[in-house]
Design a protein around this ligand. Structure first.
Ligand SMILES: [Zn+2]
Length: 82
């Protein structure tokens, strides 16, 4: 049986392989956990670009982590500030 998690953006439940995982770093940056091997509290967004954009736009990460988010690291070295 596969683990299921809720997308923080559209609030639908998906199997874990249909979701992207994000981890909040100590520096307030949300890191895209591409290889599902980062420690820390995770938040999940389903694998749709629109959903990820909505999550950033609607500050779903702030709600999910209950912390101020200073930026989002989507790929290596690239920061998208909200
Ligand atoms: Zn979604």
């Amino acid at each position: 049986m596969q683990i299921e998690r809720m997308c923080i953006s559209c609030r639908s439940v998906y199997k874990i392989n249909q979701l992207w995982r994000f981890v909040l770093e100590l520096d307030g940056i949300v890191n895209f956990d591409l290889f599902l091997n980062l420690d820390g509290r995770g938040a999940y967004v389903c694998k749709k670009k629109e959903c990820l954009q909505q999550a950033i736009y609607k500050k779903s990460f702030t709600r999910a982590f209950k912390k101020q988010i200073l930026g989002i690291r989507v790929s290596s070295g690239e920061n998208t500030h909200t």
